[in-house]
Design a protein around this ligand. Sequence first.
Ligand SMILES: *Cc1c(COP(=O)(O)O)cnc(C)c1O
Ligand code: SF4
Length: 459
Amino acid sequence: MITPKKLKIYNSKDIDSIPQISILSENELFALKVVATVLPFRTNNYVLKELINWNNIPEDPIYQLNFMQKDMLTRIQFDEMASAIKRNNPYEIKNTAIKIRTELNPHPAGQTKVNIPELNNEPVPGLQHKYKETALVFPSKSQTCQAYCTFCFRWAQFVDVNDIKFSTCNKTGFLSYLQQHKEITDILLTGGDPMIMSAKNLKEFISLLLKPEFEHIQSIRIGTKSLSYWPYRFVTDKDADEILKLFEHVKNSKKNISLMAHFNHYVELSTDVVKEAIKRILSTGTQIRTQSPVIKYINDEPNVWEKMWKDQVALGCVPYYMFVERDTGANNYFEISLLKAYNIYREAIIKTSGLCRTVRGPVMSALPGKVMVNGITQINGEKVFQLNLIQGRNPEWCYKPFYAKFDPSAKWLSHLKPAFGKTKFFYQDEINKILIDSENYDLSFNDDLLNSQFQLNYD
Ligand SMILES: *Cc1c(COP(=O)(O)O)cnc(C)c1O
Ligand code: SF4
């Protein structure tokens, strides 16, 4: 039996009231407060009590997952904010925070203009349609999470920068779009975290998609980290049973329903309550597929992935994606090279059975699509990365191996140069055309920024 628990959230202003916080030295506490003034901080009573091992801080992976570290800002940024806080001038603190946030690349890869679906020449808010079959939906009531990951590349959504937010304020636009686009078979609800919604709100949303005019939609996916941050959502919360009934209802309506669960470390799979939550969700006929970015200090070791995937399969989940963290927020702190990410993936996966090998990685969710590092090889004396698009803006680009010069320090697609003396990758001309075609838009949001459950990475 799982004892019910009431969610207690701690935001940056509540840091002093965190019961375990006295373990931190005065300097550590001050550093946390300085960084938490710039980047969004949030943790909760379950993470604090059940997931973090306080005898192992600051190295503990779940501590790193929720608690900011001094080095997440540059020395200059840190000192600037530290002095503002010491002077205790709220106006100065606010402006310094805004200034530093703009230095942290809130719109990675400068691709703020593509992927915006249109209906009658108007952009449709709350929707993103990058790959033919799948549309992402951002319900307006799901733009937050039960705790915040320090590496989240949706961080800009959670701080007070109003021009970066984006959601379905108006339902009719996105519904008409989905109705007209019969090629869409999958809907992916994302946020923030859609499981932050009450059962009632979630039901209202999902019921719309069960209507006959959406017969072409075969799968409803929900991107969520709630199994990791608040598994009580599916077990003892007041409307937990109602959530499970809703999942069952979708299943009975002859649609597939999948939770795209974000887990970064096997510790998140270790508590009785998460195991019970997974069991209850699976009992409704819902699938659970898992994904995570590979993140320095949290899971940058093959044995963490090996155990995580094995534990997931043992619990009935399907490993799905291993992502590369992208260039936004505190990524200088977290990022690792593509070479290292590939080595982690390979060393972990070769120790598993085929049931874990459904997981694809390391994957970069980049401008042309999802680019996977297949491996490293030598062709005609040139050492190269073999790459492959597993999703593309143009489906024709997918599953055709292509090559980049081997570069042990490259951390993202943009750092890679084509191999064999070529000047561009095969999709580049088409990408340029897409960028030019979308020049008439200047909306200040971005698909990858809004796409954290995939990287989820980043989500
Ligand atoms: C990853 C992703 C999807 C889903 O792709 P699948 O391969 O179907 O899991 C859809 N839209 C965007 C923008 C994505 O990044
Ligand atoms: S990575 Fe996902 S769960 Fe974590 S803070 Fe971002 S949106 Fe929320």
